[in-house]
Ligand binder design. Structure first.
Ligand code: SF4
Length: 485
């Protein structure tokens, strides 16, 4: 088995705000005393900077990309590279990219354009979904780029870096045909209080609008023993909250001898001593079972929040999207959660303006919001992407109409959220404190069901602690209250 280390990084700056579209990995600052097992960190840090070379990585897109960047940073630090705070200071500049929407892709090309006259002496690399999607075309558009590597080829990164270090001008990792996952000796942890563990990579679905099967390759699950070993190591160094990641996290199938299903792994991770909260994202409705709801009902460490993307409230559109379930089947699963003995908060993704979406289909999405009573939604206007079957579908919806529908949808959801949050006033929740706003004297954190809570307290040091907060006020997106113990 690989020896593995985790490098913690103090990444909180006191604000709990919406995630920006791209994130620059923070520098490894001094660790908080007592939260981590320092011997592991020192062992991992020992290599950092040994070559005198430095790197900078900027991440676009989803949590999977965030965590991939943590692992890439670990690979580099293990090879003696040192993280720096700006691209201009770095010998190696990497962009870990997203191509789910056109805007994200354009942003990466704009970043690459910045290096047109400045790249001299630096190695510029493109990782992730855009790298896979555009491949060697990136060299045509930005000849100063030297490395193009999709996420399904990250296991080859050490070799690719070797080639670059020995003078290689253009190196690529663009294989999709793989059954391997990205295992690293070192993972740099950029989140102080909650750690990611990828349990499954790629996707075997073929949703008509989605580039992921093309950019991340076929579904590959990690052996349960590797996942559990990582969870134990994280608990050893002080993490109490773990988030299991996968594009379709609940499609997990243990390739090891145990042959576990997702729910078995979920229960086992929640059972690791020291782990107090386990989250998971993203679930596919098709693989969402009653057993998962039963596990959440009976295992307190499993967070009572499920992100279950529906994408449309119209069965006709769902079929055109190749989502493999109907509106009724989806709502049946929502029903399991609404009947559960624990209050389960549910969030979702919805696409507006898929080709051919009629006014009636759109009404179906609105009425689904009423039926599902989500705590939050992430809503998007459909945009055609290369290498997807929906790209050339007829009956495109005009942009203005998409914008109009999106505004209506968001307003309906705002009303639902406001009413749902209002009902929570007077309740008391356990909050995992992860932010401090000193100027306002307010602390922030999340409940088990992932609701954001801002609260006041007489205590002075709460970061990372679990506290009870009584809610006195609510808005559409947050709860406000006071610590009660
Ligand atoms: S399930 Fe569909 S939307 Fe999700 S990653 Fe796979 S193809 Fe994309």
């Amino acid at each position: 088995m690989n020896k593995q280390f985790d490098i913690g990084v103090e990444s909180l700056n006191g604000d709990t705000v919406a995630q920006p579209e791209s994130r620059q990995a923070p520098l490894p600052l001094p660790l908080r005393g007592g939260l981590r097992n320092n011997s592991r960190e020192q062992a991992a840090d020992a290599g950092a900077g040994a070559t005198g070379k430095s790197f900078f990585i900027e991440t676009f897109g989803c949590q999977m990309n965030d965590h991939d960047s943590e692992k890439v940073a670990g690979v580099l630090q293990g090879r003696g590279y040192r993280a720096v705070g700006t691209p201009s200071q770095a010998d190696l500049v990497l962009y870990n990219t997203c191509s789910i929407r056109e805007k994200a892709a354009q942003k990466v090309f704009a970043r690459l354009g910045d290096w047109k006259t400045l790249a001299d002496g630096k190695i510029i690399g493109v990782l992730g979904c855009l790298a896979q999607q555009e491949g060697e075309e990136i060299f045509e558009r930005a000849p100063w780029v030297s490395l193009v590597c999709g996420s399904a080829s990250y296991r080859k990164l050490p070799d690719l870096i070797d080639q670059l270090e020995s003078g290689g001008r253009r190196v690529t990792g663009l294989d999709l045909d793989t059954d391997e996952t990205f295992e690293t000796d070192i993972t740099r942890r950029d989140r102080l209080l909650s750690a990611y563990i990828t349990i499954i990579e790629g996707c075997d679905y073929s949703c008509a609008y989605c580039v992921v099967p093309h950019t991340r390759g076929p579904e590959r699950s990690r052996p349960s023993e590797a996942v559990l070993a990582e969870a134990r190591r994280l608990a050893d160094v002080g993490y109490t909250e773990i988030q299991l990641l996968g594009q379709t996290v609940n499609s997990y199938r243990d390739p090891g001898p145990r042959g576990w299903r997702f729910v078995d792994l979920l229960r086992a991770v929640a059972d690791v001593p020291g782990i107090r909260r386990v989250r998971f994202t993203t679930s596919h409705p098709n693989d969402f079972t009653r057993e998962i709801v039963e596990a959440i009902e009976t295992v307190p460490a499993l967070c009572n929040h499920v992100h279950l993307p529906v994408q449309s409230g119209s069965s006709r559109v769902l079929q055109a999207m190749r989502r493999t379930y109907t509106r009724e089947e989806y709502l049946e699963k929502i029903g399991w959660m609404r009947e559960a003995s624990r209050d389960i908060s549910i969030t979702s993704d919805i696409i507006i303006g898929f080709p051919g979406e009629t006014a009636e289909d759109f009404e179906g999405s609105l009425s689904l919001l009423d039926a599902a009573q989500y705590d939050a939604i992430f809503s998007f206007k459909y945009s055609p992407r290369p290498n997807t079957s929906a790209k050339d579908m007829p009956d495109a919806i005009p942009e203005e109409e998409k914008s109009r529908r999106l505004a209506i949808l968001n307003e309906r959801q705002r009303q639902i959220q406001t009413a749902r949050y209002e009902k929570l006033v007077g309740s008391t929740f356990e909050v995992h404190t992860d932010a401090h706003h000193p100027a306002r004297g307010v602390w922030g954190g999340r409940t088990s069901c992932n609701r954001l809570v801002n609260f006041s307290t007489t205590r002075e040091s709460l970061l990372g602690q679990y506290v009870q907060v009584k809610i006195s006020r609510a808005s559409a997106n947050a709860l406000f209250g006071e610590q009660v113990e």
